[in-house]
Design a protein around this ligand. Structure first.
Ligand SMILES: Cc1cc2nc3c(=O)[nH]c(=O)nc-3n(C[C@H](O)[C@H](O)[C@H](O)COP(=O)(O)OP(=O)(O)OC[C@H]3O[C@@H](n4cnc5c(N)ncnc54)[C@H](O)[C@@H]3O)c2cc1C
Ligand code: SF4
Length: 312
């Protein structure tokens, strides 16, 4: 096992078979549980190009190595992109937010009660897709892993139609964040040591418009530390159509287009909530989670109500 703290982007992308480390808060428990066996770590915290937070040329730019505390405390985000600051401020615990990065939050592993376990526990069952086997214990006839993606910040960035810049095979690409997360999720469900060979460098969000409002809501067992059981982010007002995203429901965040259209209409809040429940029944993945059955989780879909004060 080796680790390098590099100080130039050029050196980082020249490293051979690197596993990039932002804060290490997501990957360390996986190494400890022997579900990942990465060996060559490249630490990103000292790369200046990855440490940026500014509005420029009609966009908000967020560097991948910005910590969640820096996002949560940013005056710019709190005044103009509130949902992003709120999502960062509600992720994990203060100690984790102080070192965790937004890049690592987006590239975090999907989670499952059959996977996030010590080796001894897992050895009592056949290997599943995510540990290199060919079965899913959650949904036995599934041809792929159904583990859920729990990033809080991703839900907020997707509500803002964020794009992402990344370097792959020495070339820089830019694409919509939702597509990249979907690609990451596929690779991340195949075997524990699989991950996309990319370096995420920056996120781009279209500049907030006059009169626009946004917010983030998270429900968790213990909001002071736990992963979300469900989260929502809403951007509305201004001249653009409302956009609503939800997370912790599927292998990637889901965009709730039908409910967003209702939010922009004359529908009552009760009608919007009914629409959200209907839409999420189609988009969510009904699997078993710690302390949570699919039936109880469905009763939380109505929590979208917590953001409807933003309709005004
Ligand atoms: C107790 C606990 C509670 C948590 N609660 C939450 C929660 O409520 N919500 C939530 O969203 N998350 C939660 N997490 C997960 C994790 O802490 C956060 O997602 C955190 O933001 C990860 O950031 P990091 O920089 O530490 O990631 P790391 O561990 O450094 O990296 C995570 C993954 O991303 C890759 N990676 C990192 N940076 C890059 C990059 N720039 N380009 C490409 N790949 C990269 C790494 O190789 C690794 O595979 C929790 C974790 C713990 C231990
Ligand atoms: S969803 Fe299925 S394949 Fe994926 S980690 Fe869980 S049991 Fe394994």
């Amino acid at each position: 096992m080796s680790g390098q703290v590099l100080e130039s982007l050029h050196d980082v992308v020249s490293a051979e078979h690197p596993t990039y480390i932002g804060g290490g808060t997501d990957i360390m428990p996986l190494l400890k549980n022997e579900v990942r066996d990465d060996k060559d770590f490249v630490f990103l915290k000292k790369i200046p190009e990855l440490h940026v937070l500014e509005e420029k040329d009609g966009e908000l730019i967020i560097g991948a190595a910005m910590t969640l505390t820096e996002l949560a405390e940013s005056a710019l985000l709190n005044s103009r992109y509130a949902a992003i600051a709120q999502a960062a401020s509600l992720t994990a615990s203060p100690q984790i937010r102080n070192i965790a990065t937004v890049g690592g939050n987006i590239m975090q592993d999907r989670r499952c009660i059959y996977f996030n376990q010590p080796h001894l526990w897992r050895s009592g069952l056949p290997y599943c897709f995510k540990t290199g086997g060919s079965i899913c214990h959650q949904i036995p006839n599934s041809p792929v892993c159904r583990a859920i993606y729990y990033s809080d910040v991703a839900t907020a960035l997707i509500a803002y139609e964020a794009e992402v810049e990344y370097i792959e095979d020495g070339e820089t690409h830019r694409t919509d964040l939702k597509s990249l997360i979907e690609r990451h999720s596929v690779a991340n469900g195949l075997a524990c040591h699989e991950h996309l060979p990319i370096l995420v460098t920056r996120f781009f969000v279209p500049a907030a418009e006059e009169g626009e409002r946004s917010g983030f809501y998270k429900y968790a067992m213990r909001t002071t530390i736990d992963f979300p059981i469900i989260n929502f982010a809403l951007r509305c007002g201004g001249n653009r159509p409302a956009r609503l995203a939800a997370g912790a429901l599927a292998p990637h965040p889901v965009v709730m287009a039908e409910t967003a259209a209702k939010i922009d209409s004359d529908a009552t809040d009760d009608e919007v909530i009914a629409q959200a429940e209907d839409e999420l029944r189609k988009l969510a993945m009904p699997i078993k989670e710690a302390c949570m059955t699919p039936a109880v989780k469905r009763s939380l879909y109505r929590h979208v109500a917590m953001l409807l004060n933003l309709r005004k």
